[in-house]
Design a protein around this ligand. Structure first.
Ligand code: SIN
Length: 360
């Protein structure tokens, strides 16, 4: 009898606990992630004269609070707060802004109550800012850079949906450890591979040949692949004590080009020079001696290509070992410039710098 009673009691206790647990599950709202939006300007914060003005508008006029208010749906997927870090068109983004943005991102991500960061940005240099952050952010938490091709006042502005998808991704566990991402047009791209491919259309961002990472569909990110190159916590770059970056410029090559630009950059005192060559980074006969003499003066020369896809092969179109040049691998010239600047904060050794180009 006593035995039956105690079995009944234990059973009742289990039922109680089960009911309490079930109640707790239905009563407690799902814990929303804390996502900070850092606004820097661009078309996503732009305004035009009329709703059909999709060119000739003014970028960087709407503040971060208004951007957040325009998308009330954000509150359903994250606790969102905003900071206006700059208010500029992204053609004016530069080393100084990158250093201060990266320091702010690192400080925020070090806080336990921040789960992810979204950076609103002009699309013209979004790939450069994203790649810079990809190399210097010291956290595995998601960082998503987002922009828009149409100003906020346009019919079918793409900013609100892009911002919503960016916040969803930045607050997701799936995006942890994936490096810095660019989310636009329902697609997720890796900072290293993404590039702007069209001057005006909303599907402008692509990762040519290597492919995007996934989609944002049905209120959640879906990842299908990851970039294999090292990033964020796995890089050797530390910008925490830097106020400037070494001067690195890009010399562009075209039919009939001469050595004027290369010589001018060297005279201006650059520490590194990226050559945006034709084809597989080929060096025109009139440019090669100027680059070779730049190297003799201590300037690090990186052979890249203006083509936009494919590998610049070491010792292919030039004898890089003999010239003591570095090749950019698959990085386009503007991203090669970023990696070269960071590489030069660590070393002047071309073998080491070449290793970095094959690592990041
Ligand atoms: C900019 O890059 O700031 C202007 C263009 C854009 O955001 O699409």
């Amino acid at each position: 009898m006593t035995y039956l009673k105690s079995v009944r009691n234990v059973f009742a206790l289990f039922l109680c606990l089960f009911a309490l647990a079930a109640q707790a599950q239905t009563a407690a709202p799902a814990k929303l992630p804390n996502v900070v939006i850092l606004a820097t300007g661009g078309t996503i914060a732009g305004t035009g004269a009329t709703s059909t003005t999709t060119v000739g508008y003014t970028a960087a006029t709407v503040g971060v609070d208004a951007l957040i208010k325009a998308v009330p749906e954000l509150q359903k997927v994250a606790h969102v707060s905003g900071e206006q870090v700059f208010q500029i068109a992204s053609e004016n983004m530069g080393n100084e802004q990158w250093l201060s943005l990266a320091k702010r991102v690192n400080a925020l991500l070090a806080q336990p109550n921040v789960d992810g960061i979204v950076i609103t940005h002009g699309t013209d240099t979004i790939e450069e800012t994203a790649y810079f952050l990809n190399l210097v952010v010291k956290s595995r938490k998601p960082v998503v850079v987002v922009g828009a091709m149409r100003p906020s006042t346009a019919i079918s502005a793409d900013g609100p949906i892009n911002l919503y998808n960016a916040v969803l991704t930045a607050g997701s566990l799936e995006a942890v450890g994936k490096g810095v991402l660019v989310v636009m047009n329902d697609q997720i791209n890796a900072a290293r591979e993404v590039t702007k491919t069209n001057t005006v259309t909303t599907d402008t961002f692509k990762s040519p040949e290597l492919g995007m990472l996934g989609y944002v569909v049905g209120n959640q990110p879906h990842f299908y692949r990851a970039s294999t190159r090292k990033h964020t916590v796995d890089t050797e770059f530390d910008i925490s004590k830097l106020d400037t970056l070494p001067a690195v410029d890009i010399a562009y090559t075209y039919a009939n080009v001469g050595p004027t630009a290369v010589n001018a950059f060297v005279a201006a005192g650059v520490k590194g020079l990226v050559h945006a060559g034709v084809g597989d980074g080929s060096l025109p006969t009139k440019v090669r001696p100027a680059l070779s003499s730049a190297r003799a003066k201590g300037v690090i020369v990186v052979r890249s290509s203006r083509v936009g896809q494919g590998i610049v092969a070491r010792n292919g179109e030039a004898n890089d070992d003999e010239l003591d040049f570095v090749v950019s691998d698959t990085l386009n010239p503007q991203k090669a410039r970023i990696l070269l600047m960071l590489a030069l904060t660590k070393t002047n050794n071309t073998k080491e710098i070449q290793r970095m180009f094959y690592t990041y």
